[in-house]
Design a protein. Structure first.
Length: 321
């Protein structure tokens, strides 16, 4: 069957809910205000996000950090069953949840830390399974450096091995619930550059750990999303679709503020360097079955920006997905 030029993508569009973390969207001053607002009115926060997804024409979502997390959703709706009912009423579906416990661990070799990570993975995986999701998306720990922004500690085999071990263990926990763990590249983490991806996918068990390429973060790490997907075609189960200007070459301190320093490098789809047609064609070529999961970090006008990204990518992927 020949696909004509007028064909549009048949893939569902989704979004990582971090898109809604700009305090301005909520009429608030700063991120901490959003956390407090969500503690007071969790139902209002979740109803607003779900309503915005409908307005933007997005049908899938990835849960993430508070207030777009499991505990706030349960506080909002009372139970997993009630949460699913609210999703179904709007014809929405959770495909994945972001798991930050490995990423934020100070020392994954500490027995108490490892136990806490596995306990959290158990709870998250059980919840995701109960709401019909498929993937637990995880970042790995951040690199370390000094206040001058240089002297990044090397990610050698001795560093990588225990991190890969805990990833395998989390993958096994998730698998018991029918959930697949997928590693996600994060700028300035140990899982960022093409070499990092190669290393950790080599060290982790392909039966337990999959790959969720994030196009924007791969670009910031000096990589080509098309090449990485091609090289690790058997591990890709989902993807974060995000544009960026090019490699991040600044010297910055890797601390809690480093994520804000990444933001100027990210761009709306079509305004960066990602070759979206080549990316879509590569995914199609490896038999990718997932949707198009957008990620717009703390968008100032999330509905308008999601609509623009969706419409651009519908055109850019015509006849490919």
């Amino acid at each position: 069957m020949t696909v004509t030029d007028t064909a549009t993508t048949t893939r569902a569009f989704g979004v990582d809910l971090i898109t809604f973390f700009d305090p301005g969207f909520w009429g608030l001053g700063e991120r901490g205000d959003l956390q407090e607002f969500a503690r007071r009115e969790p139902r209002r926060v979740w109803d607003t996000m779900l309503g915005a997804l409908l307005e933007a024409g997005v049908s899938e979502l990835e849960m993430t950090f508070p207030p777009a997390d499991r505990l706030t959703a349960l506080a909002a709706y009372g139970s997993a069953e009630a949460f699913v009912a609210e999703l179904q009423r709007r014809e929405l579906h959770v495909v994945s949840g972001y798991f930050g416990d490995i990423e934020h661990a100070a020392d994954v070799t500490d027995p108490a830390t490892r136990a806490a990570i596995l306990e959290a993975a158990e709870a998250e995986s059980a919840f995701l399974a109960s709401i019909g999701a498929s993937f637990l998306v995880a970042g790995l720990p951040m690199r370390r450096n000094n206040e001058r922004g240089d002297g990044l500690a090397p990610v050698d085999l001795a560093t990588a091995a225990p991190i890969a071990d805990i990833a395998n263990e989390v993958g096994a926990v998730a698998q018991r619930h029918g959930i697949t763990l997928a590693l996600h590249p994060e700028s300035h983490s140990v899982f960022w550059t093409p070499r990092d991806v190669d290393l950790f996918l080599l060290l982790t068990d392909p039966f337990l750990v999959a790959f969720c390429p994030d196009t924007g973060h791969i670009v910031l790490g000096g990589g080509d999303p098309v090449q990485l997907v091609s090289r690790h075609r058997e591990r890709v189960v989902m993807a974060h679709w995000k544009d960026a200007t090019g490699p991040f070459r600044e010297h910055v301190l890797v601390d809690d503020q480093v994520f804000g320093r990444h933001k100027p490098y990210f761009r709306p789809a079509g305004e960066g360097v990602v070759d979206w047609r080549a990316f879509a064609a590569t995914l199609a070529g490896i038999g990718y079955e997932g949707g198009i999961l957008l990620e717009l970090d703390t968008a100032s006008d999330p509905v308008a920006q999601l609509v623009a990204a969706r419409e651009y990518l519908e055109h850019a992927t015509q006849g490919l997905l």
